[in-house]
Design a binder for this molecule. Structure first.
Ligand SMILES: [Zn+2]
Ligand SMILES: [Zn+2]
Length: 241
């Protein structure tokens, strides 16, 4: 757990045989209006809840969980966090929110083979990923939360309802699994993925002025070199058709 920017705390994922996504805790701690960005893999909720509590954030301060997308490594422990933070709303892009509400878990598992394996490994019930979504995002929203302003950008391609959150003052970008450090991008072979859309999404992110890159996995980067996302996109362009 560390502060990466005023009002942005970083809880690193604890990867297992499947990756566990990072969680970002956003909002001025004094505001009593805290948001969690993503949850993590099934079974990885307890240490995250403990980290958040250690910051002095009470259960009633966590007002919402915003999902960058609903893959298992991001939404797997959502129900665990909801037990600790029962008042937290769930905000998801509408394209994946509609699936969650129907209990359609194709976007969670990404592929059938993986679904069977995970259900067995984690003893998951068939309807483990049916959730009520409190706010369906479309992209283009400006969220005034926790004494900060975050822009929502729809960036499909890795998943159909992927979003990025962007804070223009600190030039902070939370892109989920669309772009990582080390010139890596998210995979584009799972359910709902689309390489051409991923290219368009990367182009959209390339236009942002980014100083702090906070991806869903692996390294976070402070002092992102100018043109980093553009350069990454160029490298991957031949595959994104
Ligand atoms: Zn993902
Ligand atoms: Zn992920």
């Amino acid at each position: 757990m560390s502060q990466v920017y005023k009002g942005v705390q970083f809880i690193p994922g604890q990867d297992d045989f499947i990756p566990d996504s990072h969680v970002y805790v956003i909002g001025d701690p004094a505001s009593g209006d805290i948001s969690l960005v993503d949850a993590g893999l099934t079974g990885k909720g307890a240490y995250k809840a403990a980290s958040i509590t250690k910051l002095g954030i009470g259960p009633e301060d966590v007002k919402r969980v915003i999902m960058t997308h609903t893959h298992l490594d991001h939404i797997g422990c959502l129900a665990e966090l909801q037990k600790t933070f029962p008042g937290a709303e769930l905000w998801v892009h509408e394209l994946e929110a509609d699936l969650l509400e129907k209990g359609d878990d194709r976007a969670v598992y990404g592929m059938d083979m993986f679904k069977g394996m995970c259900q067995m490994q984690f003893s998951l019930a068939p309807d483990a990923f049916r959730f009520k979504v409190d706010r369906k995002l479309e992209g283009g929203e400006t969220l005034e939360i926790g004494n900060m302003v975050w822009e929502v950008i729809h960036i499909p391609g890795h998943s159909m309802g992927g979003i990025a959150l962007y804070e223009p003052v600190g030039k902070v970008l939370i892109p989920g699994d669309v772009v990582y450090a080390d010139y890596a991008i998210g995979r584009f072979d799972l359910f709902g993925a689309n390489p051409a859309q991923l290219k368009d999404s990367l182009d959209r992110l390339s236009k942002l002025d980014v100083d702090i890159l906070l991806p869903g996995h692996n390294q976070i980067v402070k002092g992102v070199p100018a043109g980093y996302i553009r350069k990454t996109t160029k490298m991957w362009e031949p595959y994104l058709v």
